[in-house]
Design a protein. Sequence first.
Length: 85
Amino acid sequence: MDAKITLSFDEGVIAKAKRYAEKNNISLSRLVEFLLQKIVSAPHHTLEDYPISEWVSMVAEGNAVYQTKKRSRKNTHAEYFSSKK
């Protein structure tokens, strides 16, 4: 079953991703789904370990900058369960 989500990206990245998807005869939605499937199919310790980092570098202008925030396991656990209420 398909589900819809809303994502926000830099306009330049979107334009390049659309061109990439069109060249490869795939919809942008299926391309994103494929990349997400790659991410969740194997354990990765950092964002740089993801198999898509090279692709992100190809379509992005300049180096990809990953914005993350450090969270303790306890805080992540609490945040997850508070969102389920």
